[in-house]
Design a binder for this molecule. Structure first.
Ligand code: PLP
Length: 401
């Protein structure tokens, strides 16, 4: 309630999940444009082709759909599979849990491996599961690359090697929502069949674009997949690509201009430099958590995530209080613990348009709040640990050399 102006004022600066860069905001600040004009296809063609670079793909085909990550899930599933098709998948946190809900509601036969939240896919277990499926009953393996709720990154390349070593033909469908443009992702090298993301994550844009990359094998599967699909049908996009109109329905012009600016910024910094920056932020944040004497939700270093850190609080503390106080007192947006770890963990996002000093500021805020809710961590301890590491590892800004 309250007067809307005041609410707005109080919220200013509290941002999540990512900060939108000024350049992207300015790029989106424009009038509508006729997407059937002779000029627009030139812009569209370059955009659809350039976005592929984020996936490290040359062989794939991208679809930029007015939707969110969840729409991307539906698009990936319905375009490649038929009702009753068997899917092998893992529940390791809230987002994999929600995706499984979609698979079930879309009438696929879902075999779920439940993992302890905080753990990722154990490759040897995956190997036994896949080699036991001699009749190739699994039509797809669906996996969340970076489980945003628990800060677990799965080894997609490792899963691909196992599929190949036993000659299993299942499609590999990957939720890369909190990884594309933040974590190393190699669509072609790992022979991922569909990867998808949403614009509000590492691209640091408003929500509203679901971006998919489909392999030639996925496009082939789409020809015979019988799932009902209408709005998300890749076929409509492919026809529009062929005819050179590019969009089967009205695209979100402003978001597309924002995407153009976001891509330009990522390519100017260099995609691998962006990925390295996220790695430094992941390391720095984990060092801070260690200095505070707290535990990570992620149970093994091999699954550490460089886009988000999930921190467990001592048992007598409600992690929700940490998040609430951070927001109310310091205008700092932390992530709540979701699902099974509600109340037990809070999350520090370090994804997208963020620099070293912003991260150190956020860590300083977390230290204050922890003390105020009764977790007595020495003030400055995390900032010193993270700062010492960042000061040694941060390169000069390339454009200012
Ligand atoms: N998958 C992952 C890993 C996510 O982190 C999210 C959202 O946070 C989603 C899927 C769902 O995306 P959306 O909320 O854009 O539908």
């Amino acid at each position: 309630g309250g007067r809307s102006g005041e609410v707005e004022k109080g919220r200013e600066g509290s941002r999540g999940p990512t900060n939108i860069p000024e350049r992207v905001m300015q790029a989106m600040n424009r009038n509508n444009e006729d997407h059937r004009s002779p000029a627009f296809p030139v812009f569209s063609k370059a955009l659809i082709s350039d976005v592929k670079r984020l996936f490290k793909s040359t062989k794939g085909t991208c679809f930029i759909i007015p939707t969110t990550g969840s729409g991307g899930w539906e698009s990936a599933l319905t375009n490649t599979l038929s009702p009753g098709d068997k899917i092998l998948t893992y529940r390791l946190g809230q987002f994999s849990h929600l995706w499984i809900g979609r698979m079930t509601r879309l009438n696929f036969e879902v075999e779920v491996v439940d993992l302890e939240w905080g753990s990722g896919v154990d490759l040897e277990q995956f190997r036994s599961k896949i080699s036991a499926d001699r009749s190739h009953s699994f039509k797809a393996v669906c996996i969340v690359h970076n489980e945003t709720s628990t800060a677990v990154t799965n080894d997609i390349g490792g899963m691909r090697r196992i599929l190949d070593s036993v000659g299993h033909p299942a499609l590999l469908l990957v939720d890369a929502v909190s990884s594309i443009a933040g974590l190393d992702f190699r669509m072609d090298e790992w022979k991922v069949d569909v990867a998808l993301t949403g614009s509000q994550k590492a691209l640091s844009m408003p929500c509203g674009l679901g971006i998919l990359c489909a392999s030639p094998k996925a496009l082939e599967a789409a020809k015979s997949a019988k799932s009902l699909r209408v709005f998300f049908d890749w076929g409509d996009y492919l026809s529009a690509y062929k005819s050179g109109t590019y969009w089967p329905y009205t695209p979100s012009i402003q978001l597309l201009y924002g995407l153009r600016a976001a891509l330009d910024m990522i390519f100017e910094e260099g995609l691998d430099c962006v990925i390295a920056r996220h790695h430094r932020f992941g390391e720095a944040t984990r060092l801070a958590v260690k200095a505070w004497g707290l535990k990570l939700c992620t149970t093994n270093p091999m699954w550490y995530s460089d886009t988000v850190t999930s921190v467990l609080v001592p048992q007598h503390i409600d992690s929700g209080d940490v998040v609430k106080l951070a927001w109310k007192k310091y205008n700092l947006s932390l992530g709540v613990g979701l699902g099974d770890i509600a109340g037990k963990a809070f999350r520090i996002g370090h994804i997208g348009h963020l620099n070293e000093l912003q991260l150190l500021g956020a860590l300083a805020g977390v230290e204050l709040v922890l003390n105020e809710v009764g977790v007595k961590v020495p003030l400055g301890s995390g900032v010193v640990a993270a700062g010492t590491y960042l000061s040694k590892s941060t390169p000069l800004i390339v454009s200012r050399l």
